[in-house]
Design a protein around this ligand. Structure first.
Ligand SMILES: *Cc1c(COP(=O)(O)O)cnc(C)c1O
Length: 428
C-alpha cells in the first residue's frame, strides 16, 4: 500500500502537498510516508501472527535514522550488513539484541564491534568466517551467537543482480554441505549455534519460491533443532512490490487486490509459508527491506529542459543516476507522474538526468504526461535502494530526505552543501 494520491490536481503524501515540500526544500529531494511504512509493518506482522516471529527490517534498503526510529517503535528488529549499519541502529535507539548481522565480507573490526554490542546472531556466509568469529570471540573471552546462511538453490525468478539463492551466487553455503558445516562449527569453542538462515533474492512477486526454499530446508532445520537446540530459522527478505502501476491504475485501493498478477500480499506470502514453518516450533525471523519502504518513498525532481531531436524528445530533469541508480543498475522501473496534473496528452520520450553517462535515464521511449520546463515530477516507489545507493558522482551534493506524518513534514536529512562535497579533502 502507499499514501500518495491526487487531491484535486495536486499530488499529496498523506496530508501534505508535495509541491509545498518542493518549495520548501527544493528539488531533487526524497519524501517518505510514515503511514505507509507503519501500515506495511503492521500488515506483515499481523499476517505472520500464527508464528513466534520477529521482523528484522533490512537496514540497507533505507537507513535514515528517522526511518529506523519509526520501525523500532513498531517493534522491529534489524538485519544489518556492516558496522556502519549497526552504528545507525544504535543511534536510532535500536536494540542490538534484536539485530542479525549478514554479509559475506565481515571484517575483524566489524565482528568485534558487533560482539561487544551484543547482536542476536551473526548470519555466517562461509567457513573461514566461522573461524574468524570464533577467534575474535576467543580473544574477547566470550561466546558469539551464529547462524549459517544456507543456499537452497532455488530460482526466485528475479533480476540476475538481485538473485541470491542459486548455487552460482556468492552467498551462503550449499544445502548439501550445511550439516557438515554445522558439525564443524559445533567443535569451535567460542561459538553458540543460535539459528539457521536463508535468503533467496529480492523483488520476488510469487510466493512459490519462498515456500520451495522453506520446504527444502525443513529436514536440515529439524536436524539442527534436535542436535544443537537452535532457537531460530530466518527465511530472509525479498518480498517484492509493484513498481509500474503505483498510481496509474487510478484506483487508490489497487494494492488490496490479492489476485493482482504483479502483487504479492503479506497474506499470500504468509499463507504459502506459515504451514511449512509453524510445525518447526522455532522462532521465525523475517528480513524484509524493499517491502517495508519501497512504495513509501518518492523522488521529487524538476524539469530543466525539453530537448527535441529528430529521433526523440528528451526531458532533462534535475535528478540523476547518482541520486537513484536503480534504472541504470538493474533496469529498475519507476512510474513518473507530475506533481500537478496538466491537461496535455502523454507522449513518448526519454526522461534523463544531467550526468555525463548514457546510463543516466529514468525512462526510455516511455509514454508519460508531457512536461514543460519548470514542472515537477515524482519518481514513484523510490523509498528502497534509493537514497542509500546515492553518490556524489559529478560532484552533486547528496539529497535531502523529508518524512511526512499525517499533516506534518520534517526534514530528516539536510541537503549537502558544496563545502560538504570537499570535506576531508587535502591538497598536499
Ligand atoms: C538485502 C537483504 C535483505 C532484504 O532484501 P529485500 O529484497 O529488500 O527484502 C534481507 N536479507 C539479506 C541477507 C539481504 O542481503
Amino acid at each position: 500500500m502507499h499514501s500518495f494520491s491526487y487531491r484535486d490536481q495536486s499530488l499529496f503524501c498523506e496530508g501534505v502537498s508535495l509541491e509545498k515540500i518542493a518549495d520548501e526544500v527544493g528539488t531533487p529531494a526524497y519524501v517518505y510516508s510514515s503511514e505507509t511504512i507503519r501500515q506495511n509493518f503492521r500488515r506483515l506482522d499481523e499476517a505472520l501472527k500464527p508464528l513466534d516471529h520477529l521482523i528484522c527490517y533490512a537496514v540497507k534498503a533505507n537507513s535514515n535514522l528517522a526511518i529506523l526510529d519509526l520501525l523500532r517503535k513498531e517493534g522491529a528488529g534489524f538485519d544489518i550488513v556492516s558496522g556502519g549499519e549497526l552504528f545507525r541502529v544504535q543511534k536510532a535507539g535500536g536494540d542490538p539484541g534484536k539485530c542479525t548481522f549478514a554479509g559475506v565480507g565481515k571484517t575483524e573490526q566489524e565482528i568485534e564491534y558487533a560482539i561487544q554490542a551484543g547482536v542476536y546472531s551473526f548470519n555466517v556466509e562461509s567457513e573461514p568466517e566461522l573461524e574468524r568469529i570464533n577467534d575474535v570471540a576467543g580473544r574477547l573471552g566470550v561466546k558469539a551467537p551464529v547462524a549459517v546462511r544456507v543456499n537452497p538453490n532455488v530460482d526466485a525468478n528475479t533480476h540476475k543482480y538481485i538473485s541470491t539463492g542459486k548455487s552460482q551466487n556468492k552467498f551462503g553455503v550449499g544445502l548439501d554441505r550445511a550439516a557438515e558445516v554445522y558439525a564443524h562449527a559445533a567443535t569451535l569453542p567460542n561459538l553458540i549455534l543460535r539459528g539457521v538462515q536463508t535468503h533467496i533474492g529480492s523483488q520476488i512477486l510469487d510466493p512459490a519460491p519462498f515456500a520451495e526454499a522453506a520446504a527444502k530446508l525443513v529436514p536440515l532445520v529439524e536436524h539442527l533443532r534436535d542436535t544443537y537446540k537452535i532457537q531460530f530459522f530466518s527465511i530472509g527478505g525479498g518480498v517484492g512490490i509493484v513498481y509500474d502501476e503505483a498510481l496509474a491504475s487510478g484506483d487508490p485501493a489497487w494494492w488490496e487486490f490479492v489476485d493482482h498478477p504483479k502483487r504479492i500480499t503479506p497474506e499470500a506470502y504468509a499463507a504459502a509459508i506459515v504451514p511449512i514453518l509453524q510445525p518447526l516450533g522455532l522462532r521465525i525471523l523475517f528480513e524484509p527491506g524493499r517491502f517495508m519502504v519501497g512504495n513509501a518513498g518518492v523522488l521529487l525532481s524538476t524539469v530543466q529542459y525539453v530537448k527535441k531531436t529528430p529521433a526523440k524528445t528528451f526531458t532533462v530533469v534535475d535528478a540523476a543516476m547518482n541520486d537513484l541508480i536503480r534504472p541504470a543498475l538493474y533496469e529498475g522501473y519507476h512510474e513518473i507522474v507530475p506533481l500537478k496534473k496538466n491537461a496535455s496528452e502523454p507522449e513518448p520520450m526519454d526522461v534523463v538526468g544531467p550526468v555525463c553517462e548514457s546510463g543516466d535515464f529514468f525512462a526510455q521511449d516511455r509514454t508519460v504526461p508531457t512536461l514543460a520546463q519548470g514542472e515537477r515530477i515524482a519518481l514513484m516507489s523510490s523509498g528502497a535502494y534509493g537514497f542509500v545507493m546515492s553518490s556524489n558522482y559529478n560532484s552533486r551534493p547528496l539529497l535531502p530526505e523529508v518524512l511526512v506524518d499525517g499533516g506534518k513534514s520534517a526534514v530528516i536529512r539536510q541537503r549537502q552543501t558544496l563545502d560538504d562535497l570537499i570535506a576531508g579533502e587535502v591538497i598536499p
